[in-house]
Design a protein around this ligand. Structure first.
Ligand code: PGA
Length: 255
């Protein structure tokens, strides 16, 4: 099964509108010509509209970093899937470990969020991954299976409406990347669970990204693994000079 690879950037709480515009100008000018990899960037919410404008015609897609599961109402401070869509987003991250740990998002919250995002016609980039404690306790598979089973409970989707990002929490922002073999085996396990839940054909079509300290130095080894369909990049997505070689390596691996 040929799956189009993805280079996705999660800017977290970084970059105002002007900084976003300069980043995209540089990225569009210097990106590889082949364009056989999807590029998706998740800016802060307030920079989404200027980012959408900046990438117009380039094929680069813009994602929300988070949203609430309702489209309107008395929910002060929240942002909805329909507002993200109206602003020009095509994707939204869900379940990032920072949302799970700092903002106490549960598997149940995430099933509502995944459902709302997908029903609005956006693609959910659903993040899962174990903590260091869970890895040391040999609970990786148990945790991934729980996050997938409950985080997707009651969610109807086609293979283009969902992307899974495997992001081991201990690898995020730490410089401590998962080894290509550990990442490959987690991805293979994720695909096995998806096969059991949704059948062979859907599971084979879904893209599974690796995230956690991805850099120009480690991307080639990661992306050469058959079950790794791309990367969700934090720190190294903030600078074109770091993100561009990551895109090129992903492109080259699937050329
Ligand atoms: P990192 O973040 O690449 O800075 O480790 C990845 C993420 O949180 O998505």
């Amino acid at each position: 099964m040929k799956r189009t690879p993805i280079a996705a950037g999660n800017w977290k709480l970084n970059k105002n509108s002007n900084e976003a515009k300069s980043f995209f100008a540089e990225l569009i000018k210097s990106r590889p010509q082949s364009q056989n990899c999807e590029i998706i960037i998740a800016p802060v919410a307030i920079s989404i509209e200027s980012s959408v404008e900046a990438v117009q015609g380039s094929g680069i897609k813009i994602a929300g970093q988070n949203c609430y599961h309702k489209n309107s109402g008395a929910f002060t401070g929240e942002l909805s899937p329909s507002l993200l869509k109206a602003a020009g987003c095509t994707h939204c991250l869900t379940g990032h470990s920072e949302r799970r740990s700092y903002f106490k998002e549960t598997d149940k919250d995430l099933s509502l969020k995944n459902k709302a995002v997908i029903e609005e016609g956006l693609t959910a980039i659903f993040c899962i991954g174990e903590t260091l404690e869970e890895r040391e306790a040999k609970q990786v598979e148990q945790v991934l299976e729980r996050q997938l089973t409950y985080g997707l409970e009651g969610v109807d989707f086609t293979a283009t409406q969902l992307i899974i990002a495997y992001e081991p929490v201990w690898a995020i922002g730490t410089g401590r990347v998962a080894s290509p073999t550990d990442a490959q085996s987690a991805h293979a396990f994720i695909r096995t669970v998806l096969t059991r839940l949704y059948g062979e054909s859907t599971a084979q079509s879904l893209r599974i990204l690796y995230g956690g300290s991805v850099s120009p130095d480690n991307i080639a080894d990661l992306i050469s693994q058959p079950e790794i369909d791309g990367a969700l990049v934090g720190g190294a997505s903030l600078k074109p000079e770091l993100f561009l070689p990551i895109i090129s390596a992903i492109e080259a691996s699937h050329a």
